[in-house]
Design a protein around this ligand. Structure first.
Ligand SMILES: [Zn+2]
Length: 461
């Protein structure tokens, strides 16, 4: 006897396959293929990210343009090129509603949502949509965007009394540093109490630090440009997948066997909630660990996202995921009461640079808990050496472009189109001096590390 849940999954898979057949990518691949259940799905070959790139701009689109409302593409930062995705209004709505439904205490009427996701990234639009459907008041303050530099985002958080900050994991860390440089206490002087973060590793040590600094709660968001929402975090800090939106397979790195609890594997996704660019057995390139049933009581499968397979660092016989590295760095920095760190991988060791002038604490021990016997060098730096708050606070002012400037009136006297759009504040002499000292210090350190790297390479020949 088929349970209701099984019957639902079978029907959803069948619908996805029928929909996907209409795209150039799958027209050929799915010819003559019938998929009526997860077992039959396993017979379909995997789709890789290279397939998505190779098939071109319109290759994944399964609907006529008239039915699509959004085009998106990956940032292409891996150097392999960007892949394209086409989404309908209903595609967005499904992901937005799933998020709002899982977190009714976060997204509710009257909640002010400071939306710092970049405009080109899908979550930016999901947060706006959640607000439009009754989940609060969104402030579209996308970062990596000159019209809302970090200091302005902080001003917005304060003046509007924002409750929720949505963005990359680094966002609350940068904002807290700027707040402190202004003599403000993030926990006392702001209303922010929820941090909805995704797009980069977010190990518990980092979550706890953000929560301590801001006096709030962190919720992890997991998804990608081409799959949309994959899951969100729960109170027990586990990431639960969304089985209504995606059918996930967790497979061994080198075989088609499902992995067991605690094991590491590949995440293969078949979208159930996307009509614009449906995907069948996409190898996301992410490595994940399957977690045991979650103590929060939610029966949905829980995973830990370790990072991209391509980002794995091999060091002294160990394979380190982005998650492992960030976890170790954050733990070492936390031991010195700092949130700001940067890591450099060398031939024979991992250098963890931490912005801290504190003497007590054992960063070595904290990092070793996560990395074992990998050689670690801890280096502490002065303030602003790794995250230059002074420079970030001197972001340019951005104006609407103009073509005429009346110099007879008071105000800015503009001579060119560029001047009209961007105005860089002039640094004072002391500011210039400090900037120069920091940049000289940084290049001297860089040269010393590079010299070590060359020596290590020569001796290893
Ligand atoms: Zn849970």
């Amino acid at each position: 006897m088929l349970s209701d849940a099984d019957a639902n999954i079978d029907a959803a898979l069948e619908a996805t396959i029928e929909c996907a057949r209409k795209s150039p990518l799958y027209a050929e691949r799915l010819r003559g293929v019938s998929v009526r259940n997860p077992a039959e799905l396993r017979e379909v070959p995997l789709t890789t990210r290279s397939d998505l790139i190779a098939v071109g701009l319109n290759g994944t689109r399964a609907l006529p343009l008239e039915e699509v409302c959004h085009y998106g593409e990956t940032s292409g930062t891996s150097g392999a090129g960007a892949n394209s995705t086409w989404l309908t209004a209903a595609d967005f709505s499904r992901s937005a509603r799933a998020i709002a439904k899982r977190h009714p205490d976060v997204f509710a009427p009257g909640q002010i949502l400071l939306n710092r996701f970049a405009f080109m990234a899908a979550p930016a639009h999901l947060i706006q949509l959640i607000a439009q459907e009754g989940g609060g008041v969104a402030i579209p303050a996308g970062n990596i965007n000159w019209d809302v530099p970090f200091p302005r985002a902080l001003d917005l958080a304060k003046s509007t009394g924002a409750n929720v900050l949505a963005g990359l994991p680094l966002e609350p860390i940068v904002l807290a540093e700027i707040a402190r440089a202004r003599g403000l206490d993030p926990a006392k002087d702001f209303q922010l109490d929820t941090f909805f973060l995704g797009g980069a590793p977010l190990p518990p040590v980092m979550q706890r630090r953000i929560e301590r600094i801001w006096g709030g709660r962190v919720i992890e968001l997991y998804g990608s440009t081409e799959t949309m929402l994959l899951g969100t975090g729960c109170r027990a800090r586990s990431l639960h997948l969304e089985p209504d939106l995606v059918h996930c397979e967790l497979l061994h790195p080198h075989s088609d066997e499902e992995i067991g609890v605690g094991e590491e594997g590949r995440l293969i996704v078949t979208t159930l909630g996307i009509e614009g660019s449906p995907l069948v057995r996409l190898d996301t390139g992410d490595r994940v660990r399957r977690l045991p049933p979650c103590e929060c009581g939610d029966p949905r499968p829980a995973i830990l996202v370790l990072g991209r397979e391509n980002d794995v660092v091999e060091l002294q016989g160990r394979r380190l995921h982005s998650y492992d590295l960030v976890e170790a760095g954050a733990a070492a920095a936390d031991a010195l009461d700092s949130s700001v760190f940067f890591m450099v991988v060398l031939q024979d060791r991992l250098v963890i640079r931490i912005e801290s002038e504190r003497e007590s604490g054992d960063p070595h021990e904290a990092a070793r808990k996560h990395l074992g016997d990998v050689n670690i060098e801890i280096e502490t730096t002065k303030q602003n050496q790794l995250l230059d708050v002074e420079q970030l606070s001197r972001s340019p002012s951005i104006y609407k472009p103009v073509l005429v400037s009346d110099w007879r009136k008071p105000g800015r006297r503009i001579l060119s189109v560029n001047q009209g759009m961007i105005e860089w504040t002039r640094p004072t002499l002391p500011e210039l001096w400090r900037l120069l000292v920091r940049s000289l210090r940084s290049s001297a350190r860089g040269r010393r590390l590079a010299r070590g790297l060359r020596v290590a390479k020569d001796t290893s020949r």
